[in-house]
Write a protein that binds this ligand. Sequence first.
Ligand code: AMP
Ligand code: MG
Length: 486
Amino acid sequence: MKSLDTLKFNPRFADLGNVFSAPIKPTAVEQAKMVICSTDALALLDLPPSAADDPLLLQLASGTWHWPQHEPRAMVYSGHQFGGYTPRLGDGRGLLLGEVLNTAGEHWDVHLKGAGLTPFSRTGDGRAVLRSSIREFLASEYLHKLGIPTSRALCVTDSETIVWREQRETAAMLLRLSPSHIRFGHFEYFYYNKQYGELERLHQHVLNDLYPECLTAAEPLAALLTEVVKRTAETIALWQAYGFCHGVMNTDNMSILGLTFDFGPYAFLDDFKHNHICNHSDNRGRYAFNQQVAMGYWNLTAFAETLTRYVSIERLQEILDGYADIQQQAYLKAMRARLGLIGEHEADALLIDQLLVQMDQSGVDYTLFFRNLGDLPAAQALEKLRDEFVNRAAFDEWVSEFMARIANDTRTQEQRREEMHAVNPLYMLRNYLIQIAIEAAEDGDYAPLHKLHQVLSLPFTEQEGCAEYAERPPQWGKHLSISCSS
Ligand code: AMP
Ligand code: MG
């Protein structure tokens, strides 16, 4: 095990120089305190759980101290926001504090969000608030537990420095980890600025350090797009399977590694609702739950556009054309597992769609339906679940198709339950639970947040005394509107 001041660095992005990022120091806050720390994420840096209490971590995560051997840097990028191109965005409040190489040889960017003004702050104040930092912390660590590719969160700090949003709030910071912070928007920035030399250096870095397997392909950049399409499709497939609504799928929030990244006003569905819009300011529903697959494709075409000098349009289009099928196959795989379907049948997609249409009509809880389906033998479970559906005749019809589909399942109920429970969480990161934890934290009580994080760290395992975390939301908690200010 190591300590924060004995880590090994691998400044591969920083070494690209000042055209790619601006060296800038964090602006410290007053009276910083540790709010929550993920011991799982500490382990990624070879740090023991006790590092959560290391005063140096608090200093690092509140902008008071940084590694002397690594200049903090704000990255430059641009991006399409809600379909329109913004020529320069960049890290307006985040800094890459260091690029760590752990003993397993893994590379982790350590990024501090809320670290103060940078050359890219535009009209912003360079700060983040407690509620959005907690939200990102919880979601990153939870998605990881569900097996959904994501950036990670190491800790959140709060302070007595005041920032103004809709109301007076305190400046908080999130220490985030990711193998890379490169977004589609990095490529767009150099492409639209016609800085082709820099664009090519970016390609070299991404190929060498993130996608070395593409280097030996006949057309490495075509191979890169193929891989990015695949990873993006697979990640979004899992969002759909688990009811995750990202909320701000702008190209500057799309990770080149296909990770879930840059969480805004995200939400996990409580009741299943196809066209759920979680972002308060997304008034046209561009990033509604049922638009995410299409928006993933749209974003990939924006990325592919930046490759048009290097790969033929026909080849790029051919690769992009693979997206829908990869996405659909990954989605079906996840949904079959959630429903406990063995093998693959042609009609599975229809069976799943028909169920979702009914869940949508009836407002059925998206998490508990699958969990309950595995709890008892299918016929019994469905008999109980039937009460939740408004159109009983349609549901009965679906049940008979489902029962026919699983007729050849030879597993014991115990095996079936075990396999289904391993993919169907009991505890869901529900908006209302987050809200309760945030309100307590804003009053200085971090216990509810710690407890929530702890329960959610084993989403598939029933935990004693935690029944309340597995309940459907109360009425007030169902339609919380999440402000996109952060
Ligand atoms: P986001 O919506 O958080 O993905 O941010 C979009 C862009 O706005 C990025 O360039 C951010 O760095 C920038 N940004 C967001 N909030 C702030 C803020 N409070 N201060 C400065 N820049 C910000
Ligand atoms: Mg962003």
